[in-house]
Design a protein around this ligand. Structure first.
Ligand code: CAA
Length: 262
């Protein structure tokens, strides 16, 4: 599939999805959603991809939200479909076995904060800005802001951000637990790729099991979630990487993970 609004590149074992509408601060419209679906098909079909990084083209924005110029022309049912389609993108990112890292290099507002939250974790530059400013437009978040945000930062903080629409700095976003790490702008890419490659060097099955256990377990009761962890813990031993990791430790050598599932 050819992409016009996204740049999709593969750098070794790391795939990079770059939002590419810099003139509109990478705002997400219905074409971007279709292209995201195509990119996720490619990620799913390519077992050589071990980690996916999302970022924005240009030095100003990651994603400044859903495209207001397009949204204003949609009727309520079309807007609902747009929101549902965006949610499906987020659910698909969560369901795929590979981790997604949001590399937030500027404004991540509305749908921008929301797509970053659908990633497994967020790295940001010192000049990045986060927020759910939909309330200023007389609407509410439509891509998980009222749902993923409270799960990440707690209900009170999520309500404050969604009700006031205030924009917060990367440092504030780190303090409330939205962002994992903040770097100077000129170091963000290097640091993100360093972490992406570190994760890519681990066993494929164990990385997938961590993602599954944390995402699925988060919404389960503790006993059921721990039982799921025990299953995944046992299953890791069934993968060649599980045997290799422990054998390598006992033989006092570095493990050579092959990423094969059986
Ligand atoms: N949709 C469409 N176009 C956008 C946009 C958006 N979300 N954000 C910025 N743009 C466009 C601007 O219209 C402008 O285009 P023109 O040059 O053609 O006029 C261009 O990008 C540059 O933007 P600004 O001139 O406004 O740049 P700035 O530096 O003065 O301000 C900003 C930057 C604070 C991010 C400001 O652009 C802004 O407030 N953008 C809107 C942010 C927002 O409200 N996001 C939420 C959208 S709703 C949503 O996301 C719903 C959901 O949950 C799914």
């Amino acid at each position: 599939m050819a992409y016009e609004n996204i740049i999709f590149q593969i750098d070794g074992e790391v795939a990079v999805i770059k939002f590419n509408r810099p003139k509109a601060l990478n705002a997400i419209n219905t074409d971007v959603v279709k292209e995201l679906q195509g990119v996720l098909d490619e990620v799913e079909a390519n077992p050589a991809i071990r980690v996916v990084v999302l970022t924005g083209e240009g030095d100003k924005a990651f994603v400044a939200g859903a495209d207001i110029a397009q949204m204003v022309k949609l009727d309520p049912l079309q807007l609902r479909d747009f929101s549902l389609a965006l949610h499906e993108v987020g659910f698909r990112m969560e369901a795929l076995p590979v981790p997604f890292i949001a590399c937030v290099n500027g404004f991540a507002l509305g749908g921008g904060t929301e797509i970053a939250m659908a990633c497994d974790f967020i790295y940001a530059s010192e000049n990045a800005k986060f927020g759910q400013p939909e309330i200023n437009l007389g609407i509410i978040p439509g891509f998980g802001g009222t749902q993923r945000l409270p799960r990440l930062v707690g209900k009170g903080m999520a309500k404050e951000l969604c009700m006031t629409g205030v924009i917060i700095s990367a440092q504030e976003a780190k303090e409330i637990g939205l962002v994992n790490r903040v770097f100077p702008a000129d170091k963000l890419w290097e640091e993100t790729m360093k972490t992406a490659r570190l994760i890519a060097s681990k066993g494929r099955f164990s990385v997938m099991a961590v993602k599954r256990c944390i995402d699925r377990g988060f919404n389960m009761d503790l006993r059921s979630a721990c039982a799921m962890e025990s299953d995944q813990f046992g299953l890791c031993m069934a993968s060649p990487d599980g045997r290799e990791g422990m054998t390598a430790f006992l033989e006092k050598r570095k493990p050579e993970f092959k990423g094969e599932l059986s």
